[in-house]
Design a protein around this ligand. Structure first.
Ligand code: ADP
Ligand code: MG
Length: 726
């Protein structure tokens, strides 16, 4: 088989590539010294700052709030000295606009100020900067005459130095706000939502008799799935490098059906790349813990130890940056699209979420005594209520053009949000739901809060029910519907806010009941838990989320099944969402409406770009290959005929017929693309109901041709090559 010259060249080069051994050896690295070496951490601040200054910084980190200007100046100058000692020449405010990406604006420390001396890096520059914000999406939040926004240091997330071969930059994580105070980014609502969660968790803990909890923080541990594709092949696929996913490609002879990839031995070239990205993450203080092969060929996963949600978010964004840049050094491209290849598993980002504090521990961890169990039950009940009421919003936080190809595709959770508790815990909640009315349950007894201990729950083996979008896994919930390319901020903001509101609801109900019941807290708690479960336990489902039966059952239970992004996004600004987000002070109606608008617009843009590319590749790459082949076949047939032979024209007529199909499918797609929608929502509807299906029709003909046309004429690397060559 001789492949098309462009592919041949890439394949030969891959085959001849010497093994890259990497530039370091973990055995010789002193991890203690490396870990966090590029981070301006609390330890470093403690050593460098005057005692009282350090104390106020630590106080802001632990309890939220703002640094005052004098303190900020001192911290800034100490941070600058540290960065210069480490060779940094620039500093950057890093922020997280609504594109879901990381944005940064770099400034040099040095100013050509005549004498060439170092410019003053005042506290003001550290605390606040003013990037030209007019080109970031704002969904109508800023009028054009007042396009400015400013970034402000998020003191709870440490500054760090980002090294490249050509220089080092001091990076300062910031929140991005307009001058009118509207949040233009993902960090601002994340911080607000954490404050809300802390507020209501402390109120509930007070009812349990604990008024010394410290700041109760949301915690997050995001697992990142990704593909590593050889860069030489990747760059022969305009669909991959433009859209991040392949828009064409016949099924490979070997897919993932051997199930020989999951947790298999990591290929040497990949392992070298993984180790180097881990080393880079360690320098940045990112606590990477786990690496392994994933289910699809060429698919891998990396997971950190959990941190407070805000730091975990920043570290997750940084991990994606590191993975991409280290992959490039190793001749790979790190592909994080949710569904880069049809027919093999896509990639998600499981977001493990809980809440707690150093003083009270993990509040979603079942305890060993009745008191701790009651706490666990109370907080878990709040989660159940929140997820049931706001299932639509949670679905919306994982909605994107890319994730639509993954959710519900029998490899990822369905679009229906439900909670998996595991059999034993589900039984406990069933007893609590019934207690009082039903005298017996499966286990015979009726559990009483504050009196009985929970049965010992088996520690979940992690992936026991992969079909659930939201699973309890022993001491945390795992939100599995999140897409691999997503910022985890959206899902975290939603979870923190709805759970904060739900906890507050419980606190108020319990307080009201206690007035009636002469202050008996346990009785009030039990009755409120029961009341909530009776209303909301429909969201609990332990079975197979992929099954047809569940779709029917979920509909019967009245659960939402928002199949596509245009179905889901309106939930972001739904009245119920607005009410809770405003009550918790996380996002205003304006801010929510702007987000819905931006995400809808971005959906339309994605589908538009993809459809243009389908057209372009279809017409300028695939059609010519098919036509060349048809001509070859026709010429061959004519030659045979003129030599007096009899040629079967079966192949020719197949190719011609598919070529015709391809052309008419392309015509139909182009016609659909010319449609002018009245507004963004109509455009999104058009994209999902008309354009996407039309793209598939094109693909069907093209993929069939790939299976027929002479390999020497086919310029696009095949799935086989993309997934198996390294
Ligand atoms: P499993 O539950 O699959 O045995 P782990 O306990 O190791 O696995 O956790 C899987 C992921 O969940 C890791 O990224 C981990 O950091 C995260 N995680 C563990 N505990 C918490 C927590 N309290 N809050 C948030 N994430 C957590
Ligand atoms: Mg996984």
């Amino acid at each position: 088989m001789s492949a098309h010259p462009a592919r041949s060249k890439a394949i030969e080069s891959i085959a001849a590539q010497p093994r890259l051994t990497g530039t370091f050896d973990f055995r010789n690295e002193k991890l203690d010294a490396i870990y966090g070496q590029n981070v301006f951490s609390l330890d470093k601040m403690e050593k460098r700052l005057p005692k009282n200054v350090f104390k106020s910084v630590r106080n802001v980190i632990e309890n939220g709030g703002m640094l005052d200007n004098d303190v900020a100046d001192i911290v800034a100058s100490s941070m600058k000295d540290w960065a210069l000692e480490r060779g940094a020449t620039h500093y950057a405010h890093v922020f997280y606009p609504l594109t879901g990406l990381t944005a940064e604006k770099h400034d040099t420390f040095f100013e050509p100020s005549g004498s060439g001396t170092l410019a003053q890096f005042a506290g003001k520059a550290l605390i606040q900067a003013e990037p030209d914000a007019s080109s970031f999406p704002n969904g109508g939040l800023r009028a054009t005459f007042e396009a400015r926004g400013y970034t402000a240091w998020d003191v709870t997330s440490p500054a760090y130095i980002f090294d490249t071969e050509n220089g080092s930059t001091l990076c300062i994580p910031t929140a991005f706000v307009s001058w009118t105070g509207d949040a233009l980014d993902k960090k601002t609502p994340l911080l607000r939502s954490m404050a809300a969660l802390n507020r209501s968790a402390q109120r509930l803990m007070k009812l349990f008799g604990n008024s010394n909890t410290g700041y109760v923080a949301a915690t997050a541990g995001p697992e990142q799935e990704y593909f590593l594709i050889d860069s030489r092949l990747y760059h022969l696929r305009p669909d991959l490098y433009t859209c991040g996913r392949s828009l064409f490609g016949a099924k490979p002879a070997k897919g993932q059906e051997f199930e020989d990839q999951y947790f298999g031995t990591i290929p040497a070239r990949v392992l070298a790349c993984m180790m180097e990205s881990e080393l880079e993450c360690f320098k940045l203080g990112i606590p990477i813990k786990t690496r392994h092969n994933e289910v699809a060929p060429a698919q891998f996963e990396v997971a950190p130890i959990y941190e407070t949600a805000n730091v975990a978010h920043d570290h997750q964004m940084l991990t994606m940056t590191v993975l991409k840049s280290v992959a490039a050094k190793h001749g790979f491209v790190c592909v994080m699209a949710e569904k880069p290849f049809a027919g093999v598993n896509g990639s998600g980002k499981h977001v493990n979420w809980s809440l707690g504090s150093p003083k009270v521990g993990n509040l979603l961890e079942p305890g060993s005594n009745p008191h701790d169990n009651s706490q666990f039950i109370a907080f878990t009940t709040a989660v159940i209520r929140a997820v049931d009421i706001h299932q639509g919003l949670l679905r919306a936080t994982v909605a994107s053009a890319g994730n639509d190809h993954r959710l519900g595709a029998n490899e990822a959770p369905p679009a229906i949000i439900s909670i998996y508790l595991g059999d034993m815990l589900a039984d406990v909640f069933e007893q609590l739901r019934k207690s009082g009315s039903a005298k017996s349950s499966k286990k015979g007894g009726v559990m009483q809060l504050g009196v009985d201990s929970l049965p010992v729950l088996p520690k979940d083996a992690g992936d026991r029910n992969r079909t659930s979008p939201f699973a309890f896994t022993g001491n945390k919930f795992e939100f599995r519907a999140v897409g691999s390319s997503f910022s985890i901020a959206g899902p975290l903001v939603a979870l923190n806010t709805i759970v904060a509101d739900s906890i507050e609801f419980m606190v108020e109900r319990i307080e009201a009941q206690m007035k009636g019941k002469k202050g008996n807290f346990n009785a009030a708690l039990e009755s409120v838990v029961k009341e909530i479960l009776q209303k909301h336990s429909r969201i609990i489902f332990n079975g197979n989320g992929y099954s047809e039966a569940w779709h029917k059952e979920a509909a019967k239970r009245g659960l939402l099944n928002l199949r596509t992004t245009p179905d889901a996004l309106p939930q972001i600004a739904a009245p119920k969402t607005v009410e809770v987000f405003e009550r918790q002070g996380v996002l205003s109606k304006r801010e929510l409406v702007s987000r819905e608008e931006i995400y809808t617009h971005s959906y339309v843009l994605s589908v538009n770009t993809e459809s243009k590319l389908v057209s372009q590749i279809g017409r300028t790459t695939i059609l010519p290959a098919a036509l060349s082949y048809a001509r070859q076949l026709a010429e061959t047939a004519a030659a045979i005929k003129s030599a007096g032979g009899k040629s079967s024209s079966k192949m020719l007529s197949q190719v011609v017929s598919l070529t015709n199909d391809l052309e008419s499918a392309l015509d139909a797609l182009d016609k659909l693309r010319a449609y002018e929608a009245a507004d963004t929502h109509a455009a999104a509807r058009h994209a999902v109901t008309k354009v996407l299906p039309a793209m598939l029709v094109v693909r069907e003909a093209a993929d069939a041709l790939e299976g027929l046309v002479d390999d020497a004429l086919w310029p696009l690397p095949s799935y086989q090559e993309l997934l198996f060559l390294r």
